[in-house]
Design a protein around this ligand. Sequence first.
Ligand code: KIV
Ligand code: ZN
Length: 511
Amino acid sequence: MKDHLIIFDTTMRDGEQSPGASMTKEEKLRIARLLEKMRVDVIEAGFPAASNGDFEAVRAVAEIIKDSTVCGLSRANDKDIARAADAIKPAKSGRIHTFIATSPIHMEKKLRMTPDQVLTDAVNAVRFARKFTDDVEFSPEDAGRSDVDFLCRVLEAVIREGAKTVNIPDTVGYTVPEQFGALIRTLRERIPNSDKAIWSVHCHNDLGLAVANSLAAVMNGARQVECTINGLGERAGNSSLEEIVMAVRTRRDVFPCDTRIDATQIVPASKLVSGITGFPVQPNKAIVGANAFAHEAGIHQDGVLKSRETYEIMRAEDVGWNANKLVLGKHSGRTAFKARLKELGIGLESDQAINAAFARFKDLADKKHEIFDEDIHALLAGEAIAAQSEHWKLIDMSQASGTGERPHAKVVLAEGGTERRAESQGDGPVDATFKAIESVANSGAELMLYSVNAVTQGTESQGEVTVRLQKSGRIVNGVGADTDIVVASAKAYLAALNKLQSKIERINPQL
Ligand code: KIV
Ligand code: ZN
C-alpha cells in the first residue's frame, strides 16, 4: 500500500492573491464544486479576515462542500483566527490554517518582532485555534530562508500545542530541489515529535522550481502538497496541482505515494479557473496547455499513430481532454440545459438566474450550432459577472473596418439605467470600441493586458477575451465571451470597469 498524498488546493486563497484574480462568492462556489468533484482533499477557500466578502465566500463554500475539508487562512492573532473559525463553522470537515513569518528578514523588517516573540505568537495562535477545531495547520512563512534551528524550535512547539499539519512554505521561491528536500528531511529527523504531524509543503515558482521543490519534499517525507490549478498564485505562482498529481501518478515507480484525485476533472478545472480569473493558460503548459498533447513534427505523428507510447507518457483523455461532449443545440430545452448545468457542477441558486442563463444560451445557440461544455462555462462566467453590481452594461454596438479605412465603432451603454451613446475611431475595431467606451466612462484606467482565446475549436468558436485594467494601484481582470470577438472585447472591458467600480477593499494576509 502506498502512502496517501494529501492534495491541498489554494487556488481560491493564494491564487486569488495574483493581481486581478479576485473572485466573487459565486465564482468561488463554482470552483469549489469542481474541486470537490475532482476529489481534492483540502480546499483553502480564502482568508476570512481580509474582507466581509472573503468571509462570506469561505462560509458559503463551507456550507456546500461535503467531501473535502474546507480551510480558512488566518494570521497568528486571535481576531483573524476567530474570524476563520466562524467562516468554516458550517463545514462537515473544517480546518484553520494559521501562519507567522520565521525568517530573519521577515521578523526584523516586516513584523519588527524578536524570534522569541514570534515563537510565543505561533504557540498562542495554535492553542487558540485548537479551541475551535482539532484540525489546525501551522506555517512558518518564508521557511525557505529561515534558520533551521529556529524552525525546529517553533515547529516542535506548535506540534506540542496540537498542530496536526505543519506546512513548510518557500514563500519567495528561493530554494532548489536538493536543498528543499534536505530541509524537510532534516526537520523531520531533528524534531522529536515530528511523527505527530503531517508534513506539508507550499512552494512558489519564482525560479520555476515550485513543482520540482514540492516533489523533492515528497521524496523526503512530505505527505501534503499545497498547490493551485494552472499554478496560479502570487507573482510567478504556486506549484501546479495538475503537474504534481500527474507526476506522482505517471511515475508511480519513483514516488512512494499517490493521490485520490479524479484526473479527468483537471482540464475542466483549468478552463474554469482560467475563465473566471482571466489568466490564460500558455499553450505549452504541461498537462493543461492546448499543445500539451499536440504532435506537430511529422516523425512524432507517425510514431504516435503506430503506438502512442512512442511519444506520449500520459493519455489526453485521462486528464480530461476531449471530455467536452457535444451537449446541447438550438432545440435543447430548459430542462436539458438545467440538467447539463447540474452535471457540470454549476449550481445556479435561483430560477431567475437559471432563466437568465438559459436566455444567454439560446442567444448563443442561434449563432453557434454546437454548444460544448466549455461554451457553457464561458457563458456562465459572463453570467457571474452580470450578477455582480453592473454599473456599465452593453446594450448595442457596431463597428466598421476594412482595408484602407480607419476603423470606426459605435456603442450604446447603460450607466445605472441611463442610456449613453458614443463613437470613436481607432487603430483597429477593438481599439475603436475601447476608445468609444472610454469617451463616456472616462475611467482613467490603464490597459495592462488584452488577450483573446478560442473557447473551443473551429472558427465558429466563441472568443474569450481578458482585459486587465489598473487604476490607482488596483488591478482588475474582466472576461467576456462571444462568437464576435469585438463584442467579447467590449464585454470584457466593461466587466473590468464594473470591477473597478466596486469599492471592495481586501487585506493581503502577508502584508
Ligand atoms: O507563501 C506563503 O508563505 C503562504 C503562507 C500563508 C502559507 O502563502
Ligand atoms: Zn503562498
